[in-house]
Design a protein around this ligand. Structure first.
Ligand code: GLN
Length: 380
């Protein structure tokens, strides 16, 4: 393997989902729903295939989807963007992240991450040759340590990576935090790469796109996807929205990474994004119910459960059960209890920072969540 990837292991999600199958454990690890996406979205994909929409799509997206993404972004953030010049369709948000890093970061550029961070950020930054710095968000609230942030960001910083609602903690960056980040990014001429794939799973307050804050649009790449919102994580449809000068970099990388994204799925995605607000309301209500089942259950089991105000994840502190670290705890949980969770230490530059924390997902039906809780009650 190339040196830039030497330090990375098989992704934790792959490892854990394989172990779930091997041990017949209930998988509350990798974030994928165990229920299907809506019929109208699936029908739209079938129809597109039958209608012969099966050859390469236009590289930066089928026009209908570029327009649907721009229209959805306007509804959600108030920003008016040009679907032709400022929207790029990618193979999932993971590709949008990779294309953004590879298209806009030079070797040696300094990029700041908030830890814990989604694993692909560090890997794709390594591929781009970035100089990675991180700032650790700590429980219970995972707030941004402003003084530390101020001491790390400088004129040498090229970009920061933001993720709100935040995987794995369920934190949502507050307006105040986003404003502080904004003023420091403007002052130091720093770009923001903002992963907002859980924007529709914001349970307490509305999601805020940092691009909508004054002075930010011109320096922000906003990334999102279809998978979480429409329970089709396997479709791998994502996008990046950015002003033309940044879109150029993203598109150049995208052109040579994947060239184009699945054509029929793009047509179906456009149909999905045109759905009514009721769909999103219902989905959110449903997830709030699931969250309650899991959170109350985890408390009964005896975990310290940290508040989750967005995403379909919740972070707990496992130390009441006396294990050495998150990996040891998760191993026991899989082999002896029959439940899979994600150890969080892989989401930090310094793994020690995550050793007390594990992540559970609640994107599963109620019976599955209850069954997992029962197993833990019986065996922990
Ligand atoms: N985003 C999903 C999660 O956090 C995992 C996606 C993947 O497996 N790479 O669980």
């Amino acid at each position: 393997v190339a040196k830039r990837l030497e330090k990375f292991k098989t992704t934790i999600f792959t490892q854990m989902s394989m172990l779930a199958i091997k041990h017949g454990a209930i998988n509350l690890g990798q974030g994928f729903p165990n229920f299907d996406g809506p019929e109208f979205v699936k029908d739209a994909a079938i129809q597109a295939i039958k209608e012969g929409k099966n050859q390469y799509a236009r590289g930066y997206g089928v026009p209908d989807l570029n327009s649907a993404v721009a229209a959805r972004f306007k509804k959600d953030s108030g920003l008016v963007v040009d679907p032709e010049k400022e929207v790029t369709i990618t193979s999932g948000c993971t590709e949008a992240i990779a294309a953004t890093m590879l298209g806009l970061i030079n070797p040696g550029d300094e990029v700041i991450l908030f830890a814990p961070f989604y694993d692909s950020y560090e890997a794709t930054l390594s591929m781009a040759g970035a100089n990675i710095k991180s700032i650790t968000l700590r429980p219970p609230n995972f707030s941004v340590p402003i003084d530390e942030f101020k001491s790390i960001i400088s004129k040498n910083t090229r970009a920061i990576l933001l993720n709100t609602p935040h995987n794995p903690t369920g934190k949502m960056f507050s307006r105040e935090e986003l404003e502080t980040i904004t003023s420091l990014c403007i002052e130091n001429d720093v770009l923001v790469f903002s992963d907002e794939v859980y924007d529709k799973l914001a349970f307490e307050e509305d999601h805020i796109s940092i691009a909508s804050l004054p002075g930010m649009y011109e320096r922000t790449v906003t990334m999102n996807s279809l998978g979480k919102t429409f329970s089709v994580t396997g479709w791998k449809i994502g996008w990046a929205i950015a002003p033309p000068h940044l879109t150029w970099g993203v598109r150049q990388a995208h052109s040579y990474l994947t060239f184009a994204t699945s054509t029929p799925m793009q047509f179906a995605a456009a149909e999905a994004l045109r759905t009514s607000e009721t769909y999103y309301e219902e989905m959110k209500k449903d997830y709030m119910h699931k969250k309650e089942i899991l959170v109350e259950g985890l408390k009964d089991v005896g975990f310290v459960v940290h508040p989750s105000s967005g995403t379909y994840f919740v972070i707990v502190d496992h130390t009441p059960f006396g294990f050495e670290n998150d990996v040891a705890f998760c191993e026991y949980l899989i082999k002896e209890v029959g439940v899979v969770a994600i150890p969080t230490s892989v989401f930090y530059l310094n793994p020690e920072d995550g050793k007390n924390l594990v992540r559970f997902t609640f994107c599963k039906d109620g019976d599955t969540l209850r069954a997992a809780v029962e197993r833990m009650k019986a065996k922990l």
